[in-house]
Design a protein around this ligand. Structure first.
Ligand code: F6P
Length: 328
């Protein structure tokens, strides 16, 4: 039987996402509820290697639920990928009297947690936090809903200026490997075309479709492009291509960039953070480890970290058809 957890550490790791603070708050308050002490590790695994930790109690997470970013800060640690780095991290872990770890982040962060567990037997639980929504074992990751709302609001504004000048806008959104943001925000903002990493939509098809739109009387259009779009062309190359082949269009490019990762979390992300944080601590109290908490069909679930890291969260490509029908 695994030993009782008495002092848990929580960290945020990898790219930040709205709702991470709310999840830290939930882990802290659920720990205290279960008579477990809590410490925050600053700057993810790198902070653990450098012994940069702070004690956390209920009051130290006051007024954090509405804040974007992560007050624990985040980093991608190269040193933690080495056995020497992990040995330093373990020394600090023990010196602080810690006996379990909750990692809020994406698959790279979960891989680190699994290796740490394998080498040192520390119970680890993952909470999925990334705006990309590309993690197996959960329908929604923390920050995705907020990012969708941010992107839709930005595209609505771009639409105002696009229609005032009869322009065609290419809008690049985040998603190096996944098109969740592009596809769903694209539909939400009524985009004429959506290009994602998962499907090769073909540039010619896009040009034909834009031509059809023009014939159907559209005077301005929005093309949403995920960063990792399948053709491998940058948003600027795509815009150049359309400009050359459709000189009648006045083309502009807008790259939304990191503003998509910031901002106050939506109510959905705050509630999700609360539910996931409480479940993470429940699992530790039950003596469980190597699991990622997630939400599926509105139930909080636990998935093996190994599966969360190795398996793929497939996008619903039927939505491309919906987008196509709605943009005629
Ligand atoms: O958080 C994931 C992500 O938003 C990707 O969509 C994007 O490509 C990447 O982060 C950008 O990360 P960085 O902060 O390193 O530029």
């Amino acid at each position: 039987m695994s030993a009782k957890v008495t002092k848990v550490a929580v960290m945020t790791s990898g790219g930040d996402s709205p709702g991470m603070n709310a999840a830290v708050r939930a882990v802290v308050r659920a720990s205290i509820y279960n008579n477990i002490e809590c410490m925050g590790i600053l700057r993810g695994y790198q902070g653990l290697i450098e012994n940069d930790l702070i004690p956390l109690d209920s009051r130290s997470v006051r007024n954090t639920i509405s804040r974007g970013g992560t007050f624990l800060q985040s980093a991608r640690s190269k040193e933690f990928r080495t056995p020497e780095g992990r040995a330093k991290a373990y020394e600090n872990f023990k010196a602080n009297g810690l006996d379990a770890l909750v990692v809020i982040g994406g698959d790279g962060s979960f891989t680190g947690a699994m290796v740490f567990n394998e080498e040192y037997g520390i119970p680890v639980i993952g909470i999925p936090g990334t705006i990309d929504n590309d993690i197996y074992g959960t329908q929604f990751t923390l920050g995705y809903d907020t990012a969708l709302n941010t992107v839709v609001e930005a595209i609505d504004k771009i639409r105002d200026t696009a229609s005032s000048h009869n322009r065609l806008f290419f809008v690049e959104v985040m998603g190096r490997d996944a098109g969740f943001i592009a596809l769903n925000a694209g539909i939400g903002a009524g985009a004429e075309e959506i290009l994602i990493p998962e499907e090769d939509m073909g540039i010619e098809r896009m040009v034909e479709s834009l031509n059809r739109s023009k014939i159907n009387g559209k005077t301005s259009s929005i093309v949403v492009v995920a960063e990792g779009e399948r053709s491998g062309k940058s948003v600027f190359e795509l815009a150049d291509y359309v400009e050359e082949n459709m000189p009648e269009y006045d083309v502009r490019v807008s790259v939304l960039g990191h503003m998509q990762r910031g901002g106050s979390p939506s109510c959905f992300d705050r509630v999700l953070a609360g539910r996931l944080g409480v479940k993470a601590v429940d699992l530790l109290v039950e003596g469980k480890s190597n699991l990622m908490v997630g939400i599926n069909n509105n139930k909080i679930t636990a998935t093996e970290l190994e599966k969360a890291v190795k398996l793929h969260h497939d996008i619903n490509t039927n939505l491309l058809r919906v987008a196509d029908i709605l943009s005629t």
